[in-house]
Structures are given as C-alpha cells and as structure tokens.
Ligand binder design. Sequence first.
Ligand SMILES: [Zn+2]
Length: 292
Amino acid sequence: MNLFSLAKKFPTEEHALAYLMKARWPDGVRCMACDHPKCWLTESKGKTGKPRRLFQCAECGWQFSATTGTLFHDSHLPLQKWFAVIALMIEGKKGISAAQVQRHIGMTYKTAWYVCHRIRQAMQEEADFTVGGPDTTVEIDEMYVGGRRRLQGVKGVPSKPNKTVVVGMAERHGSLHMRVVPANTLQNLRRVYHDHVDTETPKVVTDGNQTYKGVVPRAKHRQGNHEEEIRDKGRVTSTYTVESAFSLFKRGIVGNYHRLSAEHLDRYLGEFAGGITEDGCSLGCLIWPCKI
Ligand SMILES: [Zn+2]
C-alpha cells in the first residue's frame, strides 16, 4: 500500500483506530483476559490531550485498549503515522532508514529510530512465530484461495482448480497466523506444524481433513465435526477462531481485488490478518496481538 492510498484509507486517527478494532475484534470487542463479550467503554483524555479509550470487562474488570498487546501499545504516536511507517518499510525494497522516515512522515529522529526498530523486531518475531504452549488450545485450518476453474481446449473441459493453500494457526484467545503452503500435502502440513506449533500444546483442533491424522500426535488431536458443533453449540472442538479470520479475509478480497494470483497472496494476506511474507509481515499482520 502506498502513502497516497494509505492517506485515503485512514484520513483521520478515528479511521485508523476503527480499522485496528475491526481487525482485532471483527464481531465486537471481547475481553482480552477472559474473552467475555461485554466490555464497558470509558473515554478520557491523555496527558497530551489525545483521546484515550479504555475498555473494561464487565465480567473480570480487566482494562485494555485497542492497542494493548500490539506493537502500538503505550505509544503516543498516532496510529496513522505507525501505519505510514509500516507501509514505507514494506514498499522500500532496500530498506529504509530512520532519517528517511523522519523526513517523509514527520517526526523526530529519535522517534523514527524507535518506531523502525520496533516494527523490524515485530516482523522478525512474526516470521519466527510459535503458537500454543502449555494450557492452550491451538486451532489449525486451511483455506483455498483464487484459481477459478476455466474452460479450456476445444471441448471446453474444466481445468483443475489451481487454488493456493493457506494454513491458519490460532491459539484460542491468542494470536493468529497464516502461512501459504505450495500444496495441501502431508509433508507441507507437517512442516508448518513442526515449525510453528509449540510441542507442549495439550490440545490441537483441526477440521475433519484426514491428512491431519498424520500431522498432529494422536493424544492431543481433536477433530471438529461441523454438524456436531451446530448441535451442541458448545464449540468445544471447533476451528472457529481461524474460520472467522478466513471469512474476514475472503470478504476483504472480494471487496478489494478482482483477481488474485498466488505470487501476490502473501502480500494480500499480510494486508489482512496474520499474513507472513518472505520479507516479513505487513500491516494487517502487525495488528494481531503480537508478543512485544
Ligand atoms: Zn474479562
């Protein structure tokens, strides 16, 4: 995303904040501590006169803001400027210096240096991400994007759909990541699993795809069954977190892009949620709670 389209998309700080909130809580704010869906909003003014919006959980009383747990946390810099620096860093193929950021975005050198450093650190962490750990539940699901069937040859035989596979991994009530894999094979899924899922995770939920039986150790594997879930509404074995991120992403694609090619998918993913590209991640990815 270039600076012009960025300015159009986020003309005010309100727009940037609304985007961040929508990306984090597509179905409304939920408590970050206990996942309760009812949170009170309190508005106040910070020291600098900047509006400060805090949410307080109606259940456990936990206070948090839209930036809590993200790399924008505890920063006085407007989100618009953060987004602009991220956009510059992604566009600048050869990297961008703090002095350039200082000039182009308009901030002190010290702030520019700090912001660049923090974004780079977040990108690195995103590339090396791990989900799960003791006492957590990890959901894994795949999504197939693009590759519409075309009629080809004299007989107009439909070609095999050439879809790109995206594996989504989410720690329930935690962070979410997506990774593009070349094909939905046992080998690829195994690699993604071993690279990114903490071995101490006690419970891993997938959909009914039989390939996962060869990926996730049997003792911790739960396979969701959509019909059963609808029946008990318990969502005990469900990949709901990943699925809702996928549907948000697909709605975004339909709204913004006419065509989608596999080589650009990583970038699109990055713009939406939890996307990881070879160069690190981009805007959307940094918005999901990150470990900094
Ligand atoms: Zn709570």
